[in-house]
Write a protein of this length. Structure first.
Length: 189
């Protein structure tokens, strides 16, 4: 029963279209600009970092809160179920016509719920790489280093579950292709 509760709560939390709300406050429709993705990355491209940071925080909070609820009603496995459901909710949101993003920031927030020490380590890595280059590289370094940091601190079974969450992101990237420049979307450079 705890898995069902975690999945429902996670999905509902994930369905809150934070980046769309943030962008609309600034007069931007993320569905019709950039790559058409209604997530934090497109918000960053369209709004700039200063106006888009609430989208990043909000999308991450969806995963974090889902994971916290999972822990509250069960254990770490229930937290993984809740984070996965939040990621699916972000990708196919109930409150935004099932047109959502790719759930990267929701995964990042969930990482802080399922493996907080590893998440803190990669947050420091992200900050260091960002300071040395730019945020896009820092974020990628953090996401891809997370399972390695987790492997050093947590059971391998949990790292495998993280791999499952990362596979969800990969599947979403495969299914949710960005619009081409001819369709009004940005090209992936």
């Amino acid at each position: 029963m705890e898995y069902v509760i975690a999945a429902v709560v996670g999905y509902v939390l994930g369905s809150i279209p934070v980046a769309l709300i943030v962008a609309r406050r600034h007069g931007v429709d993320l569905h019709s600009t950039g790559d058409g993705n209604p997530g934090a990355w497109n918000a960053l491209e369209q709004l700039g970092g200063r106006r888009a940071w609430p989208a990043f925080i909000g999308d991450a909070l969806k995963g974090l809160l889902a994971g916290v609820v999972g822990h509250a009603v069960g254990d770490v496995w229930t937290a993984y179920v809740a984070v996965a459901a939040a990621m699916v909710g972000h990708a196919y949101p109930l409150f935004a016509g099932f047109r959502g993003g790719k759930a990267v920031m929701t995964f990042v927030g969930g990482a802080f719920a399922v493996a907080p020490f590893a998440a803190l380590i990669v947050l420091a890595l992200c900050a260091a790489v960002t300071a040395a280059s730019r945020f896009a590289y820092g974020a990628r370094a953090g996401v891809f280093a997370f399972p390695l940091a987790q492997l050093a601190l947590y059971p391998v079974e949990e790292v495998a579950a993280t791999g499952g969450l990362m596979c969800v992101i990969g599947a979403l990237f495969a299914v949710k292709t960005p619009r081409s420049p001819a369709e009004g979307g940005a090209s992936e450079a």
